[in-house]
Structures are given as C-alpha cells and as structure tokens.
Ligand binder design. Structure first.
Ligand code: UGY
Ligand code: MN
Length: 260
C-alpha cells in the first residue's frame, strides 16, 4: 500500500533493484520487487511469500494485502504449525473455530500449533497484514496458548538500556513458546549497541523510516516496506537515518529451545 511499483505494466524508472539474496545467510527484499503469489485458501488477496526454506528460513513469512471481501476461509496453519498475524494497516477479523476477534492497525494474533487461523478483511478498504507460520518445537511439560493483542497496549522497554531504542514483546516469556514477535524502533541517529551474532534467525518487515543495515559485515540502505531475512549467526546491526520517523520493524525470533 503506497509502495513504488506503479502497477501499469510499463517501466517506471530504471530496471535496478536493491534486492540482495544470499541463500542460508541473509536477504533483503524491497517492496517494489515483490510479485503476487496464489496461495490456496486466500481469496481477493494480493499475497507475496517472503522468507521461506528456499532462502534458508525455518519459517514462512508473507506480506498480504486483503482487498474488499479478502479472506482465508480455509484456515491458515495446519497440523503442528503455529501462526502469527500482525496488522500493518486496516481492520482484520481473526477467528478460530469458536471465537472471532477484531484487530486494528498494530493488532496481532498468535495461534498455537494445529489451531487453524481464519482471516477476513473487516473493512471496505484494503487491510495489509504480515503473516508468519512455523513448525512448532514442543517441549515436554509445556504448552503455548493463543494470544491476541494490540501493540498499543504493550509497555515498550528501552532495548538493552538505550534511551533512543524501544522494544515491544508480543508473547509471554514462558517456555511453552518456541518463538516471539517483537517491534524494535530506533530514533533517527540511534543504532544497535554492537553487531549481534546469534543462533536465532529473524524475518523482519520494516514498518517505518530509513536506515543502514549491517548484514554479514556489509552495509545496505533499507527503508519502510523492505523485508529482511537474517539466518542463524549472520552479523546484524542497524543505524536509523533521516530526520522524520523512527526506523522500526516487526520481526520474529526463535527462543526457549536447546538445539539438537
Ligand atoms: O532481538 C534481536 O536479536 C534483534 N535485536 N535483532 C535485530 O534487530 N537484528
Ligand atoms: Mn538479532
């Protein structure tokens, strides 16, 4: 919604791309290079598959514009698969086989493994969502449970004590959850305190601003609408640039499990 591809079919500017694909390492997918994919179950929706096992991810991310009457009435997820939806813009109806919830921009729903997620655009105008699924890694004696929320109701913390970097955690910290979703937001000029190198992988969708991102020790310009896949151990850190909005992104991170 509001990204550069002019959708006329005719060339708009030069045929150049900021996309960078390093399989099993990292990838940057700018919004204007995304194409629509037919995904069984989604009707009246423009769907693009982002991170997937084809670039080395152990999860699948999607960016979806749900048009008027857009829905997935078949149920998203499946046996042993956990799901999460985040509403970037618009109003979304999310239901399991019993209850319906209405989410607005900043809303999210986590469904535990095997509970199918039914989605419907709840307004006339398009609703844009970031969608995630992953095979759940069970832990004996613990379970995950459904979580429905709005980020506006979460108190952010100063990321690693930094004044100008804020972090919102979507899910409870308990061991039943094998992943979490977060929003990280850097005021212009702010940055990570160090270059992270860690076992966990990320799929990140940039919600606002512009920045420079260090991935595998090279720096890349990034902005709102970009998707970044970071595989296990890839070096990663960002600076927010510009004067206007913060650089912020919503992202997943696996957690709470001991690798085999
Ligand atoms: O939680 C994280 O690992 C996060 N700070 N990583 C990142 O922003 N690239
Ligand atoms: Mn990280």
């Amino acid at each position: 919604m509001g990204y550069k591809n002019n959708n006329t079919g005719y060339l708009d500017g030069l045929l150049q791309s900021r996309a960078v694909i390093k399989k099993n390492n990292f990838a940057i997918l700018p919004h204007d290079g995304l194409v629509n994919n037919v995904i069984p179950g989604f009707k009246n929706c423009d769907c693009s598959i982002l991170g997937s096992k084809q670039i080395g991810a152990n999860f699948v991310d999607y960016i979806i514009t749900m048009k008027k009457d857009g829905e997935n009435s078949r149920g998203f997820g499946g046996e042993g698969v956990e799901t999460l939806v985040y509403v970037i813009e618009g109003t979304l109806e999310v239901r399991d086989d019993q209850q319906t919830h209405i989410l607005t921009s900043g809303g999210y729903a986590y469904f535990p493994a095997s509970q199918l997620m039914y989605l419907k655009n709840a307004q006339e105008e398009p609703t844009e969502i970031f969608l995630y699924k992953k095979r759940y890694q069970p832990l004996a004696g613990y379970d995950a449970h459904q979580v429905i929320g709005q980020v506006q109701d979460i108190e952010p913390v100063h990321y690693e004590g930094m004044e100008d970097v804020l972090l919102w955690d979507f899910l409870p910290k308990d061991l039943g959850f094998d992943m979490n979703f977060h929003i990280l937001s850097f005021e212009p000029g702010a940055s990570h305190g160090y270059v992270e190198t860690h076992y966990q992988e990320h799929g990140a969708y940039l919600l606002s601003g512009q920045g420079m991102y260090n991935l595998d020790n090279d720096w890349y310009p990034v902005e709102k609408g970009d998707y970044i896949f970071m595989s296990s151990y890839v070096q990663q850190a960002a600076y927010a640039v510009g004067r206007g909005e913060p650089l912020s992104y919503v992202y997943s991170k696996d957690c709470n499990r001991d690798p085999e």
